[in-house]
Design a protein around this ligand. Structure first.
Ligand code: NAD
Ligand code: TYD
Length: 340
């Protein structure tokens, strides 16, 4: 049996990937290792019963002794690393945790992959490592030019992974995904934040003039891309995963409000994010050559996501308290008072 260690598997994309594997590769054994930070949520995995095909371990990917112990005990042969601090705005407020997890944590998993001679490690990375892309599309060979503490920490992980492949022949592959949407995304990223704020008749804070462009991809398409790289990718290579949906923040907010039948007056322009990347866009030729293509249009991906949040208030309402409220106050109270 293939035994996969899915790190960060209690977060948004990681938990969707665990479910993707259950559906498409039910013979695989999966062990989730997750620290359960504010973004980790056992509700995302609650329908899975522990047994030979699924186990959960709480812990830190930067804890080498624990990683060794989990690999040995469960006879792991593949790691897929989703564990990361992931939110640009939090990285601007407090970068330390990003260096520890996204750099030191990645290093720890690379060392374990080398030491235990694992078959493969997939390092899940982001299109943000290319920095802002004023025109055209970033290819995997483009220079990395990260501009936020988050993207710099992810780019550091990418460079370490590539160096491990070059130096030690470690069989590591990279995926660089676009902005992902779908069920179970913590409501700090723009889509779940705007959808849940709209459902609560709260303002949708748009940074600057709302002209920053992102490529929004459905999480199932992202997971299918990661699985394609896991099974067919060439070690030492990076693979872009994007859907080619270029949407700016005003278009996004308007589409969400229209889907929910809420007034556009909920839009509130606030001060811009420092160092805001104005456009991400990916060339996905390399992954498409392996047979992958996205299945959701932007309209379908957004409609599915909005419907999920509307139908699953039990999931997000409890998250928008405690820690979230404190973060929201720090991040938005002043800009909303000044800009709104
Ligand atoms: P998320 O914030 O929803 O989840 C991250 C998970 O990692 C959480 O469960 C958290 O508890 C866990 N974690 C954090 N630090 C840890 C540590 N030190 N040890 C063990 N577990 C730890 O993130 P996500 O959106 O699911 O992103 C997953 C991966 O995909 C990340 O590497 C991210 O950089 C990448 N990515 C995300 C997007 C996106 O739009 N969300 C796009 C491209 C790439
Ligand atoms: P985000 O979801 O934070 O992802 P990224 O890592 O790509 O920045 O933000 C997506 C876009 O939405 C980005 O251009 C910033 C913008 N945005 C807002 O305008 N207001 C917000 O409150 C948030 C969270 C994001």
């Amino acid at each position: 049996m293939r035994k996969l260690l899915i790190t960060g598997g209690a977060g948004f994309i990681g938990s969707n990937f665990v479910h993707y594997l259950r559906r498409h590769h039910p013979d695989y054994g999966v062990v989730v290792l997750d620290k359960l930070t504010y973004a980790g949520n056992l509700d995302n995995l609650k329908d899975l019963a522990e047994g030979p095909h699924y186990q959960f371990v709480r812990g830190d990917i930067a804890d080498a002794a624990l990683v060794d112990e989990v690999i040995a005990r469960h006879q792991i042969n593949v790691i897929v690393n989703f564990a990361a601090e992931t939110h640009v705005d939090r990285s601007i407020l407090d970068p330390g945790a990003f260096i520890r997890t996204d750099v030191e944590g990645t290093y720890t998993l690379l060392e374990a992959t080398r030491k235990w001679k694992l078959e493969r490690m997939v390092q899940v990375s982001t299109d943000e490592v290319y920095g802002t892309v004023p025109e055209g599309h970033a290819t995997e060979e483009d220079k990395l030019a990260p501009r936020s503490p988050y993207s710099a920490s992810k780019a550091s992980g990418d460079l370490l992974a590539l160096a491990y492949h070059t130096t030690y022949g470690t069989p590591v592959l990279l995926t660089r995904g676009a902005n992902t949407i779908g069920p179970c995304q913590y409501p700090e990223k723009v889509v779940p934040l705007f959808v849940t704020n709209a459902l609560e008749d709260q303002p949708l804070p748009i940074y600057g003039e709302g002209k920053a462009v992102r490529d929004y991809i459905h999480v199932d398409d992202h997971c299918a891309g990661i699985a394609t790289v896991l099974h067919q990718g060439e070690p030492g290579r990076a693979y872009n995963i994007g859907a080619g949906n270029e949407v700016n923040t005003v278009q996004l907010a308007t589409a969400i409000l229209d889907l929910l039948g809420k007034p556009h007056s909920l839009i509130s322009f606030v001060a811009d994010r420092p160092g805001h990347d104005m456009r991400y866009a990916l060339d996905t030729t390399r992954l498409r050559a392996l047979g992958w293509e996205p299945r959701y249009s932007f309209a379908e991906a957004l409609a599915h996501t909005v419907a999920w949040y509307r139908e699953n208030e039990w999931w997000w309402r409890k998250l928008k308290s405690g820690e979230f409220r404190e973060y929201y106050r720090k991040q938005y109270a002043r800009p909303l008072a000044e800009g709104g």
